[in-house]
Design a protein around this ligand. Structure first.
Ligand code: MN
Length: 289
């Protein structure tokens, strides 16, 4: 059994731009990158209701370097665009996996249709670190539409598991990752008991987005609750008290120094300074108008 290391209640929320009311469930700055690696951040936006509007809400052009941003949409619709010429709209069940790598400028908005119609927005953005050798990888973009994400029924009708990245029982998710990572999205049925086998040695987090879940028979997680588990051991047990949605994140730790500043995550302070000056001098490219 992987023992529970710590459980966390969600902190107070804040706005990212004018489109994303988020709670930062995990932060390498708050919890220490040694404990969270390879994960850097988990922002949970919503669920929040937006009335119809005429101008789009979101975050305008901003840079990233040195890691990946992974956006999972549960409700609502987002539109992305970046300086590598990539972009698109993702809706419920879809995932956008963006490698900032050497540097990218992008914008993140509600889609035109969602802006016009309004509705409920619910999404999660993960920041996943890259090892030093891959921080200069070319910027890239994977659109993982829900019909490409395998959904596996769990035993005894306890729920279902979507493999976004990594593998579960021999099935692989569509995301290409730089280091071994699992990102699973689980919908658990009321009363469902789920036992999961996880990799030995991986950093492991359980995030309960909705519903109430008993973890390892001892700790209750609900309402954006987060648990970190010890790296040793290979199994966890979940029991859903009602219908629940949760994310399981595991990753091989990257044993390197982490220096983050705003949208840049590098290994040294000098590399951060370099990122700031490269961005100022336009070396991250531009969004086409
Ligand atoms: Mn961004």
């Amino acid at each position: 059994m992987k023992k529970i290391a710590t459980t966390y209640s969600p902190p107070r929320g804040h706005w990212v731009g004018d489109g994303f009311p988020v709670r930062t469930l995990l932060s390498h700055e708050r919890m220490g990158a040694r404990n969270t690696s390879p994960f850097l951040l988990i922002d949970y936006a919503g669920p929040a209701s937006f009335p119809p509007a005429t101008s789009r809400r979101g975050v305008g052009p901003h840079p990233h370097r040195g890691f990946e941003t992974v956006t999972l949409v549960f409700q609502g619709e987002l539109a992305h665009r970046d300086s590598a010429g990539n972009g698109g709209v993702i809706g419920a069940g879809d995932v956008q996996w963006m490698t900032a790598g050497a540097g990218i400028v992008h914008e993140e908005f509600h889609s035109p249709a969602f802006t016009e119609q309004g509705g409920v927005l619910e999404m999660v953005q993960l920041w996943i670190n890259l090892p030093a050798r891959d921080k200069s990888a070319p910027a890239a973009y994977q659109t993982l539409l829900s019909n490409r994400i395998p959904t596996i029924p769990l035993s005894d009708q306890s729920g279902e598991l979507r493999i976004i990245a990594g593998e579960y029982r021999g099935r692989r998710g569509p995301a290409r990752t730089f280091t071994p990572i699992n990102v699973w999205d689980i919908q658990a049925e009321p009363g469902g008991r789920i036992a999961l086998d996880l990799p030995e040695g991986h950093t492991t987090f359980v995030v309960v987005l909705s519903g109430t879940v008993l973890l390892n028979g001892s700790d209750i997680l609900r309402d954006a609750g987060l648990a970190s588990l010890e790296r040793s051991g290979t199994t966890i047990e979940l029991e859903a008290n009602n219908r629940a949605r949760l994310l399981i994140l595991t990753g091989e730790p990257i044993d390197e120094p982490v220096v983050g500043q705003g949208p840049f995550v590098m290994n040294t302070r000098q590399e951060i300074q370099q990122a700031i000056s490269d961005f100022r001098e336009g070396r991250f490219g531009l969004l086409e108008r």
